[in-house]
Design a protein around this ligand. Structure first.
Ligand SMILES: [Zn+2]
Length: 306
C-alpha cells in the first residue's frame, strides 16, 4: 500500500503569497501536467525547476519531500503546474515524452508513482469543479489549490474522494476469486471492486458489491489497506472476505454487465498461468492484494492497469 511520500504542509496553504515564496526557493521542483499526462525519463518523473516551468493554467502546492532522492534534498517543495497546450509544447514538443499514469505507472519508482497520483487526482477535481455544484457560479482556487470558493455564495468547496472497495474473496480451500470485466480483453483477470454508495458502510458495500458482481454472499470483511487511484479521484479500500456458508463457491454467477467471467484459482494454477494471462499493474492495490494471497511476487509478462 502506498506510503506518504510528501509532507502535505497544510499550514503553508494559508499564506496568500505562497507561490511567490516557493518560487524564491532554488530547490522547488515542478511536476507538469498536460491533458493528464506528465514527463517521464528513464523511469523517473521529470521534475522541472521554477525557471523551466513558467506559465501554467494553474498551480497546486503538493507539499515537501520527506526523503532525499537523487539531486533533491529532503524538504524540497513540490508544485503541480497544469499547462496549456502552448506551454506544454514549449517545454516538450515531442508528444511521445508525455506519459499517462495508466500506461507508464508500472515502470515508475513508487515515490514518483505516488506523486503522479496525487497530482492527477487534484487536477481531476479542479478540472470538474470550475462551477459551484450548488448554484452554478464560477469558483476560484484557494489555499494553494486545496479548496475552491464559490464567488456567489462565499461557499468553500473541498476536493472530493470517491470511496471504492476492492475485495479478495477466498473459499474454504483458500482459492482466490478473480473475474474478467465485460469491457476488458477476456484474458484479463483481477479481484472484484465497486464504489461505496451514499450513507453506506464499507463493510456493507463489500457484501452488496460482491453479491451484485459475483452472485455470492460473502462474510467477514476485514480491512487490509488503501491506495489512492486518480480515475478520477478514488480511494481504493482493500478488504478480504470469505464465502458465506449459506452458499457454495460453485454458486458464482457473474453479473454479465461489469463482470463477464469468474473463476476460482488455486495458488498453483495462478503461478502456472501467470505468464499467459493479464494481471493488474504492479503499482495497483489489486496486484499487491493478489500477491499477498499468493505469498510471493508474480512474474508476469503482461500487465494491465486498474
Ligand atoms: Zn455557489
Amino acid at each position: 500500500m502506498a506510503q506518504a511520500v510528501l509532507n502535505r504542509d497544510g499550514d503553508a496553504r494559508d499564506n496568500s503569497e505562497l507561490f511567490d515564496a516557493l518560487w524564491l526557493e532554488a530547490e522547488t521542483r515542478i511536476i507538469v501536467l498536460h491533458r493528464g499526462r506528465t514527463l517521464i525519463q528513464n523511469g523517473h518523473l521529470q521534475l522541472l525547476n521554477t525557471e523551466q516551468a513558467t506559465a501554467g493554467k494553474y498551480r497546486v502546492y503538493l507539499g515537501r519531500t520527506t526523503l532525499a532522492l537523487g539531486d533533491q534534498v529532503e524538504g524540497t517543495a513540490i508544485v503541480l503546474s497544469v499547462l496549456t497546450d502552448n506551454a506544454a509544447k514549449a517545454i516538450e514538443p515531442n508528444e511521445t515524452n508525455w506519459h499517462e499514469l495508466r500506461k507508464s505507472g508500472s515502470g515508475l519508482h513508487p515515490r514518483d508513482a505516488a506523486l503522479f497520483t496525487q497530482a492527477l487526482a487534484i487536477h481531476n477535481w479542479h478540472e470538474t469543479h470550475q462551477h459551484c455544484p450548488n448554484c452554478g457560479a464560477i469558483t476560484v482556487m484557494q489555499q494553494g489549490g486545496w479548496s475552491r470558493l464559490c464567488v456567489s455564495e462565499d461557499r468553500q468547496l473541498f476536493p472530493r474522494t470517491d470511496a471504492a472497495v476492492i475485495v479478495s474473496i477466498t473459499d474454504d480451500a483458500d482459492r482466490l476469486l478473480l473475474g474478467t470485466q465485460g469491457s476488458w480483453d477476456q484474458n484479463r483477470w483481477s479481484i472484484l471492486a465497486g464504489f461505496v454508495e451514499a450513507a453506506e458502510s464499507l463493510e456493507a458495500a463489500v457484501i452488496r458489491e460482491m453479491k451484485e458482481e459475483s452472485g455470492l454472499l460473502v462474510t467477514n470483511p476485514v480491512y487490509i489497506g488503501s491506495q489512492a487511484w486518480p480515475y478520477p479521484y478514488s480511494l481504493m479500500l482493500g478488504f478480504t472476505a470469505q464465502v458465506d456458508s449459506s452458499n457454495t463457491p460453485e454458486s458464482i454467477k457473474p453479473d454479465g454487465v461489469e463482470i463477464a467471467k469468474l473463476r476460482w484459482f488455486t495458488r498453483a494454477e495462478l503461478k502456472a498461468e501467470a505468464k499467459n494471462i493479464l494481471l493488474p499493474a504492479k503499482i495497483s492495490i489489486a496486484r499487491s492484494m493478489i500477491e499477498h494471497w499468493l505469498g510471493e511476487e508474480i512474474v508476469s509478462a503482461t500487465e494491465i492497469s486498474g
